[in-house]
Design a binder for this molecule. Structure first.
Ligand SMILES: Cc1ncc(C[n+]2csc(CCOP(=O)(O)OP(=O)(O)O)c2C)c(N)n1
Ligand SMILES: [Mg+2]
Length: 551
């Protein structure tokens, strides 16, 4: 249908974004993108404009919105510094496969080359860290370009897309039609690959299944849990795969990870790269075991590992992949029985849980960071969203917090960019209005985004923040000590009152130094109804025990 009323570029862009399911636009003001705001204000219904205090927060928020809702998030950044301030967060979305669309302002085309304000050709900067980065030169092309950006960002393998529109064109009007929305392609896996995986599973004595972020992103959570329960296979989860198999499930053996991945004879990895988090895809060989065979199942061909030596692989829509592997296994003449192997791992999990108890209840003064999780974990509701932004403090969370549902755990992923926390918390509060939102902040990480508590306050978005305040860049201090026997540039001021930063901005908070006071402080935070930061002074010597630095 033709639309006879001319509308400016911003109105078109917002209409197409809304048709793709976007409800919130994350931004920080700049004249180059005013038409986007005007489009949001005059949309029917209006699109929510969530304005922040630093562009990185806008993009981290849009990225988190994409991860939580599985509709690409939308960030609008003004020309030049607005766009460049967003680059780290856009890169993080690329590394995590997060669906995200970033619309940038751009100096006007009718003055290009004459030196107008913030005249930067942005797509070349963004090209390496996005799925596509382009300039839309004519307002009439805006609707189709925005549609393409959303379709591409939301298609496997997901990731960020960027487009900028010269200011004169974005303000200009056109009667161009809004396009019929692009549809996401659903790639069917190759049946031969699935059959190979079925045969490998049937022949395995000690298999382990690893479920990662893309299982959630590709909406394969039901198929994955069904597969797990039908086969009896032990499981480890990572990234947004955490919660796919709920904490406490008898087949979840994350707490026996070292034994499981070290002594497995087959490791089937679904929806996550074979990167440093998974030992680059080398498993088995521990305690005299032979190296494990490795299967990689991915959402798209480009995601299948090229560096690991794979016994089999398959790619495509992950529900079809997981269901297809199950069918292939059922066709095998041999029905494997893994109950003894699972039992061994369950013994190891039980031993791990017992070992953890002492630290989780530690009465140590100064406070051991694990004690915070001993207090927090029992207070978390099933649908809570837990966000990690920090070093060691967040590693402890990974160890001690086991989500009950998928889609409730946000970590920075393999790009590991500090400063994502406030943006993620903003997005989580909006995406899950009735859920607990808990933001775990290292004191170092807190310094990178705490000003955006102002955004939480202005937009009435209560979240609970817990700062593990060890007065250090802990994850750097420990390794530097280990490598050099001394450390520099790793200390922060002692006992800084980050809670007072929050109260100064209109929220609430308190500092805790007594381990017995952590629980009551968390209860006050959950009851506060305002952004609230519990600043827990912890022992800098209580570093997270780690064997590698991830490099
Ligand atoms: C943007 C960015 N800068 C630097 C780093 C390197 N880095 C990784 S962890 C870490 C320390 C984090 O300190 P803090 O947030 O206080 O957590 P802690 O390890 O002390 O618990 C640093 C500096 C990073 N990952 N991201
Ligand atoms: Mg710290």
């Amino acid at each position: 249908m033709t639309d006879p009323t001319p509308r400016h570029g911003g109105e078109h862009a917002v209409a197409v974004a809304a048709a793709h399911g976007v409800e919130t636009l994350f931004t920080l003001s700049g004249a180059h993108v005013f038409p986007m705001y005007d489009g949001a204000v005059h949309a029917e219904p209006p699109m929510r404009i969530l304005d922040v205090r630093h562009e990185q927060t806008a993009v981290f928020a849009a990225e988190a919105a994409g991860k939580l809702t599985r509709v690409p998030g939308l960030a609008v950044l003004t020309a030049g510094p607005g766009v460049t301030n967003g680059v780290s967060a856009i890169t993080q979305a690329k590394f995590s496969g997060s669906p995200l669309v970033v619309v940038g302002g751009r100096a006007p085309s009718n003055r290009w080359g004459m030196g107008s304000l913030q005249e930067l050709d942005q797509p070349p900067l963004l090209e390496p860290v996005t799925k596509s980065a382009r300039t839309v030169h004519l307002v009439g092309d805006v609707p189709a370009a925005v549609d393409e950006a959303f379709t591409l960002a939301g298609s496997s393998h997901r990731g960020p897309t960027f487009l900028d529109v010269p200011m004169d064109q974005l303000f200009d009007k056109t009667t161009a039609e809004d396009p019929v929305l692009g549809t996401r392609r659903r790639l069917e896996p190759d049946p031969d690959g699935l059959a190979d995986v079925g045969a490998l599973l049937a022949g395995a004595s000690r298999p382990v299944l690893v479920l990662g972020t893309d299982v959630w992103a590709d909406r394969a959570e039901e198929a994955a849990l069904w597969f797990v329960e039908q086969t009896g296979i032990p499981v480890i989860t990572n990234g947004m795969g955490r919660g796919l198999v709920p904490g406490g499930h008898p087949q979840l053996v994350t707490k026996a990870r070292s034994k499981a991945l070290g002594t497995a004879d087959l490791v089937v990895v679904v929806g996550t790269p074979l990167d440093f988090r998974l030992g680059y895809g080398v498993f088995g060989g521990k305690d005299g075991a032979t190296p494990a065979r490795v299967v990689h199942l991915a959402d798209s061909p480009g995601q299948v590992s090229r560096h690991a030596s794979l016994a089999a692989s398959a790619c495509g829509d992950l529900t079809a992949v997981v269901d297809g592997v199950q069918t292939a296994l059922e066709r095998q003449p041999r029905r494997p029985d893994w109950s003894a192997w699972l039992g061994d791992l369950q013994d190891e999990v039980r031993a791990g849980v017992e070992r953890d108890e002492d630290l989780l209840g530690s009465p140590a003064d100064p406070i051991h960071p694990a004690r915070i999780y001993g207090e927090l974990a029992p207070r978390l509701a099933e649908d809570s969203v837990v966000i990690g932004d920090g070093g060691d403090f967040v590693s402890f969370a990974g160890k001690y917090v086991e989500p009950q549902r998928p889609g409730g755990w946000l970590d920075p992923g393999p790009y590991g960019c500090l400063g994502a926390g406030l943006g993620a918390a903003i997005a989580a509060r909006i995406a899950r209005p009735s859920a607990q939102v808990v933001l775990l902040l290292g004191d170092g990480a807190a310094g990178m985004s705490l000003m955006d508590v102002d955004t939480l306050v202005r937009h009435d978005l209560p979240v609970v923040m817990v700062c593990g305040n060890n007065s250090a860049w802990g994850l750097e201090k420990g390794p530097m000590q280990m490598l050099y026997g001394y450390d520099v540039a790793a200390d922060l001021a002692p006992q800084t009152r980050y809670d007072r930063v929050v109260t100064a901005l209109g929220g609430g908070g308190e500092t805790v130094t007594d381990p017995a006071q952590i629980g009551p402080a968390l209860d006050r935070a959950f009851a506060a109804g305002t952004p609230y930061l519990v600043n827990v002074i912890t022992d800098v010597a209580a570093a997270y025990p780690r064997a590698t630095f991830g490099v």
